[in-house]
Write a protein of this length. Structure first.
Length: 262
């Protein structure tokens, strides 16, 4: 439910930003029909796509699009649910062994959690389990960071290509400079590409990059909790010990008041 609200808030924010820009334009005497410039759209978004294709491999672009579209959708179990889950795994492990925990893992709707619990019950050395999970977590985090970098690159290209579109429009106006009629509207239309470029960068690409990076930070924290949870299971920790070891992920660290120095 929280993730759905987050995704809806993003769409509402985008709509609000576009509406504010449109309202400001109309309130100053402009017409929304002025923004209907297919050439400007082609230069800004088509040019941005071309620049991204030059800058990044195709697989990275596909991953960036998938990451942007997945923001706000159903995510794996939140931290608040993982701690009680690991406490339950600890009870199962104490009663029936780690093999029973592996059966519990098959019911989890979280690929990384299933992977971690399966490794934990595999009998491999604990250091090997820890290293394997940390490597997988680090590689996944780097790939998620690449998605944010692609979106940030798009935010850099779009305004510049908006200027290119504006210059092309001004060149068209200058070709007919002898005819005084239509110069003003022509110049106004020329700058629509700049509005598209700056608007796309600040209302679409940069916010999406921020959301992708924020989701990645949450996932990094969640994977770290999973690693510490499975290590606690391998050590045979009790549910109470598991709770204490993982509780720090759910609450801010307590500050200790130091005595004043006389």
């Amino acid at each position: 439910m929280k993730n759905r609200l987050s995704g809806s808030a993003g769409l509402v924010g985008l709509a609000l930003g576009v509406a504010v820009v449109g309202w400001a334009h109309v309130s100053m005497g402009g017409s929304l029909r002025l923004f209907l410039q297919p050439e400007a759209l082609a230069v800004v978004f088509g040019g941005t796509l071309a620049a991204l294709m030059i800058s990044f491999p195709g697989d990275m672009l596909k991953a960036a699009v998938a990451g942007a579209l997945s923001v706000g959708r159903q995510r794996p179990a939140p931290l608040e649910l993982l701690v009680p889950a690991f406490m339950n795994y600890a009870r199962v492990a104490r009663r029936h062994g780690l093999a029973a925990v592996e059966q519990e893992a098959l019911q989890a709707q979280d690929a990384y959690l299933v992977r971690a619990l399966t490794l934990s019950a595999s009998g491999l050395p604990i250091e090997l389990v820890k290293d394997t999970l940390e490597i997988e977590a680090r590689v996944t985090a780097e790939r998620e960071e690449e998605r944010a970098q692609v979106l940030e690159a798009a935010a850099g290209y779009a305004p510049t290509l908006g200027i290119v579109g504006a210059v092309l429009g001004l060149m068209r106006v200058m070709q007919h400079f002898d005819a005084a009629v239509g110069i003003g509207p022509g110049i106004a239309a020329a700058f629509v590409a700049t509005v598209y470029g700056v608007g796309a960068a600040n209302l679409l690409f940069l916010p999406l990059a921020t959301r992708v990076r924020a989701a990645s930070r949450t996932e990094v924290l969640r994977r770290d909790l999973v690693i510490h949870g499975v290590l606690a299971l391998r050590e045979g920790a009790s549910p109470g010990v598991v709770e204490e070891r993982l509780a720090g992920y759910l609450r801010p660290a307590r500050t200790v008041a130091l005595p004043e120095v006389a």
